[in-house]
Design a protein. Structure first.
Length: 259
């Protein structure tokens, strides 16, 4: 299937590994020119080379922290008029809300709510003018099913979801769509690190923790960055213009709902 986005330009945030890398690779396979960002320059450049070698796509690596004004300015300088924007940033740490001061909340809001809004603000009018735009926000399954120890993430990502719900319906008439991808358990460095930390506390192995976690997933496994990227690429396709303000939950059936 031709997604109709060959030659389009995209910014993919936090794309050096994990879900962001999966999205970048999938878009590159569709012929999209990429600007990818991440904080660690050498890892980012390695990813850029890997995507170029695998797809032949034009890939520009822009190292920097996308949650800062400087990081956003660098990405936008490299691609001032993107047709596609994939917002992504690492989630805040778990904990008890009694431990979080104002600084912790502001940091979470900056990374997981205000940064994507700032990038949307900087790019959406150009998309409207060109009559094509696809914005995908990588949020979390916790938006649909809040996780008690992830209160910072629950709050910040839910705020972004509410904002997007209103804006998406204002710009859809211009062939500009905004949707959210809500990952559950995916086989990424973050999940493996969480498993290792839990294993240390329990006096067991990361493999044992992973096997136990998989029992709660009806699909019987963790997701892969590749299948996450495929979903992102479809939402960015020319054929997806009638999908507006949607929250696509990708959790292997973990959240039990009939809607």
């Amino acid at each position: 299937m031709d997604y109709g986005i060959r030659g389009k330009r995209a910014i993919v945030c936090a794309a050096s590994k994990g879900l962001g890398k999966g999205c970048a690779m999938a878009l590159a396979r569709e012929g999209v020119d990429l600007v990818i960002t991440a904080r660690t320059a050498d890892v980012l450049e390695q990813t850029a080379r890997e995507i170029r070698d695998a797809t032949g796509a034009k890939v520009t690596a822009v190292p920097g922290d996308i949650t800062t004004e400087a990081g956003r300015a660098a990405a936008l300088a490299a691609c001032p008029n993107p047709d596609i924007l994939v917002n992504n940033a690492g989630g805040p740490p778990p904990g008890d809300f009694r431990e979080w001061d104002r600084e912790a909340w502001i940091k979470a809001l900056d990374a997981n709510m205000l940064t994507p809004i700032a990038l949307i603000k900087a790019t959406i009018d150009g998309m409207i003018g060109r009559k094509f735009g696809r914005i995908v926000n990588i949020t979390s399954a916790s938006v649909r099913s809040p996780i008690p120890i992830l209160g910072l993430s629950n709050g910040a990502r839910a705020g972004l979801t509410g904002f997007v719900a209103g804006l998406a319906r204002q710009v859809a008439q211009h062939n500009v769509t905004i949707n959210n991808l809500l990952p559950g358990p995916f086989d990424t460095d973050r999940l493996r690190g969480t498993n290792a930390s839990q294993a240390k506390k329990l006096g067991t192995t990361p493999e044992a923790v992973a096997a136990e976690r998989m029992k709660s997933v009806p699909a019987g496994r963790f997701g892969t960055p590749e299948e996450f990227g495929a979903a992102c690429a479809f939402l960015c396709s020319a054929s997806a213009g009638f999908i507006v303000g949607h929250n696509l939950l990708m959790d292997g059936g973990q959240f039990n709902t009939s809607t």
